[in-house]
Design a protein around this ligand. Structure first.
Ligand code: 9MR
Length: 469
């Protein structure tokens, strides 16, 4: 059982209202900047940073993953919430009628408890990974089978789970209900029935509806919105909506935040439940930088929405992701590469959560920065020279600075800039990573702006503050 109780997002928390070669090079660069291999500054984890901000940061693992020491080391240290990828689905838990098998999911629950992680149960009622005996039942028998399934599974895990995805993916893209075994037998009333049945079996678990392609405002999210509104008005036990967030690079919807907010306005929490961001392979410095921006956008969105309780990435590293198998030619969708080295998106996620991936300042490090801006009506270029005024040779440097509001980096030279706005880290490249005492190096970037063409401020080199000329 649990060694200690991890912190739950709860109402008392301040912001909670409710309760390629380039790939290798970039990953190696990120790893070089993250001396422990997985974390940045000592003690910094996605988990601890997220919890300090009042949200959780989770991942999904499957039974087979438990035999991978590199994977479990990252999962158990960096993530505070765990979702079994497959093991709580109907085809595993009740493969033949009335015969339950919780052993695979129990192993994942034990792993989570051993690492003081919370758990999201996934999923009770779903058209997929549904054994054929259910879809083959006469419609008149489906309701009893569904209720029996929910009652047994939820009772088995009573008191052990933070939440349940009670109903998964009920809608078609046009917002109509998916004509699965449950809808065909009971009409849309199956949703309320499933929620009530789950609540009776474990009154403390948070009950969710979960779907994909509902992150932006569109016919499908409108349908989910209307369903939630109707369920809440009937007093059906429903605590939250899960937004799977299986994104395509550069396509986080512009309506994401407003969409989450219209749901929380209905009195439910929202969660990002299956986050990934797929890249057309091979990934490049450009695509990995875009991915870093996408992850930061998702995190910043959740942090900005009161009632967004947390974020779960679907899989630990790129090798564990469902993406390459389902979308041939795409992959590299997670925060970690195939060897569990943190990618640029890891660094941007840490930064978005308020942490730093930079090393602790090396004793004897000090620096001076000069910068020049050339601006026109909508854009600017900025040239920055940093001088090592300290006594230590830097082998790999990262110059952190704050970009003025409205400036967004579009490209850079002689350094990689991540993310494109706000708190930016300019990281050395292979040919300029050594900076001896007294030596200077220059890099630059192009950015768009919305009127403020001031230079960046608050420079620090490898964690040590710089003077500006
Ligand atoms: O990650 C799961 C993968 O191992 C399974 O093969 C797949 C079968 O549908 O399900 C994956 O998880 C899905 C999740 O349960 C619901 N949303 C979509 C996810 C990706 O398919």
């Amino acid at each position: 059982m649990s060694v200690r109780t991890p912190r739950l997002p709860r109402p008392s928390r301040a912001r909670r209202a409710f309760g390629a070669a380039a790939v290798t090079a970039v990953a190696a660069l990120a790893a070089a900047l993250l001396p422990t291999g997985q974390a940045g500054a000592a003690g910094t984890t996605l988990r601890s940073l997220a919890e300090a901000r009042g949200i959780y940061f989770g991942t999904a693992i499957t039974q087979g993953d438990l035999g991978n020491p590199a994977l479990t080391a990252v999962a158990g240290s960096q993530f505070g919430m765990l979702t079994p990828g497959n093991e709580m689905k109907w085809d595993t838990t009740e493969p033949s009628q009335g015969s339950f098998n919780f052993a695979p999911a129990d192993r994942i629950v034990s792993f989570a408890q051993g690492n003081a992680m919370k758990l999201r149960g996934h999923t009770l009622v779903w058209h997929s990974q549904l054994p054929s005996w259910v879809s083959g039942l006469p419609p008149v028998q489906v309701k009893a089978a569904m209720e029996n399934h929910i009652t047994n599974e939820v009772a088995h895990y009573k008191g052990k789970l933070y939440s349940w995805d009670v109903v998964n993916e009920p809608f078609n893209e046009d917002g109509s209900f998916r004509a699965d075994a449950f809808y065909n037998a009971m009409g849309n009333g199956f949703v309320a029935d499933a929620l009530r049945t789950a609540h009776a079996a474990d009154p403390t678990a948070k009950l969710y509806l979960n779907d994909y392609n509902i992150e932006g405002q569109n016919p499908k999210s409108d349908a989910m919105y209307n369903l939630v509104k109707s369920l809440k008005s009937q007093g059906v036990p429903l605590d939250g909506v899960g937004f799977q967030a299986h994104f395509i690079l550069g396509q986080v919807p512009s309506t994401f935040k407003a969409n989450l907010q219209r749901f929380t306005a209905l009195g439910v929490n929202v969660a990002i439940t299956e986050l990934d961001d797929r890249i057309q392979l091979p990934a490049s410095t450009t695509s990995l930088t875009q991915q870093a921006n996408d992850y930061a956008t998702v995190i910043n969105t959740c942090l900005a929405v009161t009632g967004c309780v947390g974020i779960t990435q679907w899989g630990v590293g790129d090798a564990d992701s469902w993406i390459p198998g389902t979308f041939p030619g795409y992959g590299a969708a997670t925060l970690y590469d195939a060897d569990y080295r943190p990618k640029p998106a890891y660094a941007s996620s840490v930064t978005a959560l308020g942490g730093s991936t930079g090393p602790s300042p090396t004793p004897g490090t000090s620096c001076k920065v000069t910068s020049t801006v050339n601006a026109w009506n909508t854009g600017l270029t900025e040239d920055i020279t940093v001088t090592n005024t300290g006594s230590t040779t830097l082998n790999g440097w990262s110059l952190a600075f704050t970009l003025p509001v409205g400036q967004t980096v579009t490209n850079s030279w002689n350094a990689s800039l991540i993310p494109a706005t706000g708190q930016v880290a300019a990281q050395s490249t292979s040919y300029n990573s050594t900076l001896a005492p007294g030596a200077s190096t220059s890099f630059g970037f192009q950015a768009t702006h919305t009127g403020n063409t001031s230079p960046p401020a608050l420079f620090s080199l490898n964690g040590a503050p710089c003077t500006t000329a």
